[in-house]
Design a protein around this ligand. Structure first.
Ligand code: FCB
Length: 459
């Protein structure tokens, strides 16, 4: 186990000199300030107000109060020694269902970006990390084709404002989650459970990505654009032909449904056959638009899945097998650093993106504060082992150019509310006090950061 950075060959110097090192967050999970400066409601405000949707009945109305505390939070990111920071822009701070962009919302991200640049942090904005304006949901949200034009209008406004300082842009975070958690299993906002709606939504998410790429390129000199996908290594539970076929179908919807069209291969035929009546409406030119060349692929990696055939279960007649005796985080997610290596190799071998960034990777444990410290040895071990796997993968020639740990801060973990802590920094949500966990100190030692308190412009 590589818990101590000094006992191992694992060090920043073992990675490419120009490697991007960051942490990741998202707007709804940390910002709070629900109605400030003209922000309108998002689908997560609506969803979290519905009884039974969020495990602890909470919402992101206050969250980490990052909207007001961002200078302190960026100081933490800088103190870690990271050179980049991935965050997301809240669409409902910029637009409701149309009209002119909200200047005060744009001003906030302007200040935030300048705050990053002042601290030597490269800004890595994500344009959509799930907080759709409720007013657009009322018009059908991602299920309605019109959404793609609302999205490009929003992307146009944001990239015009920030494009002079921000070359790298992530269009979407985890289209699978937007589509499937949002519209198939209903675990996320807007909480719909309908296979056809989910697949139609997935098509519109992908199309909106493809149409946004040229908008960003037109507004941003030297733009570098990509999407961040949640992907999973998938294995069959046994070597029976049924389980192998089920695992392939599951891989089809989890992984290939998004990778294939983004890389010009269209939707996977086996999935289209499996979902038949629920297949999305695709118009002429859509697949070409989705396949707009990008500059990188973002990988959000958390866990592998083992799949068995399950006739009658879901559209794919497949189920996830819960294997006993494997290491898991407090969320129940299997810990498998080699799974990340396998995925990175696969993406490189089968799709050849120009570069890959691990845009999220991290773990959730039941942290406790003891004498003002958080001894999260398991998270440190998780982080160190994933970085070791990453180093080996790069050594084998896979062009991974950066790593963003999820997350800078404990935050609102969607349907789990505040019950799941993923941060390198502990947040006491009652007092908003931040405490760098041992894992954060480990990352700082690995990166060679300095804990010094810095004083940067506050606004
Ligand atoms: C990912 C999400 C991110 C966070 C982590 C734990 O799926 O992109 O917002 O919730 O999981």
């Amino acid at each position: 186990m590589t818990n101590n950075v000094h006992d191992t060959a694992l060090a920043r110097g073992g990675f490419p000199a120009d490697f991007i090192w960051g942490t990741s967050t998202s707007s709804y999970q940390i910002e709070g300030a629900r109605h400030e400066d003209g922000r309108v409601d998002s689908i997560w405000d609506t969803f979290s107000a519905q009884p039974g949707r969020i495990r602890d009945g909470s919402s992101g109305a206050i969250a980490c109060d990052h909207y007001h505390r961002w200078p302190e939070d960026l100081d933490i990111a800088r103190g870690l020694g990271t050179n980049a920071y991935r965050f997301s822009i809240a669409w409902p701070r910029i637009f409701g269902a149309g009209g002119a962009p909200n200047t005060k919302g744009l001003d906030f991200y302007d200040r935030l970006v300048d705050g990053m640049l002042a601290r030597g942090l490269q800004p890595w904005p994500t344009l959509y990390h799930w907080d759709l304006p409720q007013a657009l949901q009322d018009r059908g949200g991602w299920m309605a084709r019109d959404i793609v034009h609302h999205f490009t209008d929003y992307v146009d406004a944001v990239t015009r404002r920030l494009g002079d300082r921000v070359p790298q842009w992530i269009t979407h975070n985890e289209p699978w989650c937007t589509a499937m958690h949002g519209h198939m299993d209903g675990m996320h906002a807007p909480g719909i459970r309908d296979v056809a709606s989910a697949l139609q939504a997935s098509h519109h998410v992908l199309l909106s990505h493809g149409l946004a790429v040229p908008v960003i390129r037109a507004n941003v000199p030297g733009a570098r654009v990509g999407a961040a996908l949640s992907l999973h290594p998938i294995r069959p539970a046994t070597d029976s032909p049924e389980d192998i076929a089920a695992a392939n179908r599951h891989d089809g919807l989890r992984n290939r449904w998004f990778l294939d069209p983004l890389f010009g291969k269209g939707y996977p035929r086996d999935v289209l056959e499996a979902v038949r009546d629920a297949a999305p409406r695709i118009e002429a030119g859509d697949l070409e638009a989705i396949a707009a060349p990008t500059d990188f692929t973002g990988l959000n990696y958390y866990f592998p899945e083992v799949i068995a055939a399950a006739p009658g279960e879901g559209p794919l007649h497949a189920r996830v097998v819960h294997r006993e005796g494997v290491e898991r985080t407090a969320f129940g997610w299997e810990v498998a650093p080699e799974g990340m290596a396998r995925l990175l190799e696969r993406i490189h071998a089968e799709y050849r993106p120009k570069a890959i960034y691990v845009t999220e990777n991290g773990s959730c444990y039941d942290d406790a504060v003891e004498d003002g410290q958080v001894h999260d040895a398991q998270r440190t071990s998780y982080l160190a082992r994933h970085l070791a796997a990453l180093k080996d993968t790069i050594a084998q020639g896979v062009p991974v150019a950066g790593y963003f740990a999820w997350s800078l801060l404990d935050n609102f973990e969607w349907a789990e509310g505040y019950t799941r802590r993923f941060g390198l920094t502990y947040v006491d949500f009652a007092t908003q006090q931040r405490i760098l966990k041992d894992s954060g100190k480990w990352y700082r030692a690995f990166l060679g950061g300095t804990p010094a308190v810095s004083k940067f412009p506050q606004a």
